[in-house]
Ligand binder design. Structure first.
Ligand code: NAD
Ligand code: LMR
Length: 340
């Protein structure tokens, strides 16, 4: 009888963690800031992802409406909305992935670092809750300035004793999305075939697209073209901020990029081999403690942080030029987390 009970409880556990319909492991994804400009379309895209079985939408306001709306879509993910501090724990509990687009966006004339004073505190509080309620979740940090919010998250998790560098990601996928789009336009190659690694960080000159490694390769591009493509990728966020003229920053392309990155994390967790995306992670690729580069994703999050490969002289110069700013943004985040 004890063995019968054991096998019954094992079967129950199996049933709980595997969806009978798809044969995929059950996966809970939480979005913090789900009622915002990024949060809403990202909630939509994650509801459409067949790898998601439970979608938890958290914000300080507005989530009941977003959750009710998204929940009517006839896809498998079960949607629940959570609002306010009291419900944050329940929103997070059992999450496999937590995506964080909570915080204020830029207006014209601002840098991402100008958001630090407000967003650093928001990220710190949310990460404190993650350490308490879902310490094993992969964290996809979208809130700016990413170059500082990722180090803040790391410090919060270290203090809580839950830090694992394999589970913390700064989402830089939008830089890759932009680099692919701009390169395809200029090189006149099919955009869906294009790959471009983007390394460094996620602000201005810290964003370093490696067009020398772009595929399909193009010999139609001059040095001036590469310079212009690099600058447009670095200024992509500002291009959107200015076009929106005070109504915020990229939301739709960011939601797309966030959904691409979360999908890669889900595939990695589910054991799909050879999943590689660029991300801002703890790193030994350079002397900086955090750096964006290609990352292989696996069952525990980061499986391997890949090196930079061969750089052109122009890219080598860009790499040296970005280190000062990236270092001070990282240090600013660490200092904040330890002093507040
Ligand atoms: P938004 O103002 O439209 O939405 C932000 C949401 O966060 C709001 O709904 C707000 O209520 C919520 N929020 C605020 N404090 C919160 C808290 N403590 N807990 C939970 N939710 C909270 O802004 P947005 O356009 O969605 O941008 C969000 C952030 O993403 C900004 O910091 C922006 O700079 C950043 N961003 C990053 C990238 C990237 O590539 N990593 C791209 C675009 C935007
Ligand atoms: C982006 O790259 O679009 C985001 O970081 C938002 C911004 O402020 O530019």
């Amino acid at each position: 009888r004890p063995s019968l009970m054991r096998s019954a409880s094992q079967a129950l556990r199996r049933r709980r963690s595997y969806s009978s319909a798809s044969g995929q492991p059950e996966r809970k994804v939480a979005i913090l800031g789900a009622a915002g400009g990024i949060g809403q379309p990202l909630s939509l895209l994650m509801k459409l992802n067949p790898l998601v079985s439970s979608l938890s939408l958290y914000d300080i306001a507005g989530t009941p409406g977003v959750a009710a709306d998204v929940s009517h879509i006839n896809s498998p993910a079960q949607v629940k909305g959570f609002m306010g501090d009291d419900q944050l724990g329940e929103a997070l509990e059992g999450s496999d992935i937590v995506i964080i687009p909570a915080g204020v966006p830029r207006k014209p004339g601002m840098t991402r670092d100008d958001l630090f004073n407000i967003n650093a505190g928001i990220v710190k509080n949310l990460c404190t809750a993650i350490a308490k309620y879902c310490p094993n979740a992969l964290v996809n940090m979208i809130s700016n300035p990413v170059n500082s919010t990722v180090p803040i998250a790391a410090e919060v998790f270290k203090k809580a004793g839950t830090y694992d560098e394999k589970r913390l990601f700064g989402v830089t996928t939008l830089d890759v999305v932009r680099a692919k789009t701009f390169y395809a336009g200029k090189a006149n190659v099919p955009v869906t075939d294009v790959n471009v690694p983007v390394v460094g960080g996620h602000a201005g000159i810290t964003i370093l697209p490696l067009f020398s490694q772009a595929t399909p390769a193009s010999n139609a591009l001059s040095d001036e073209d590469i310079k212009a493509l690099t600058k447009r990728t670095q200024d992509g966020g500002t291009e959107v901020v200015e076009a929106k003229a005070g109504k915020g920053s990229a939301t739709l392309s960011m939601a797309y990029a966030g959904a691409v990155f979360a999908n890669a994390c889900l595939k990695g967790l589910n054991g799909v081999p050879d999943i590689v995306e660029c991300s801002f992670v703890q790193s030994t690729v350079t002397e900086l403690p955090f750096f964006a580069s290609k990352v292989k994703l696996g069952k525990n999050g980061v499986e391997e942080v890949l090196g930079l490969g061969q750089l052109s002289d122009f890219e080598k110069e860009g790499l040296e030029n970005l280190k000062g700013e990236l270092k001070s943004s990282i240090e600013k985040g660490i200092k904040f987390a330890n002093e507040n």
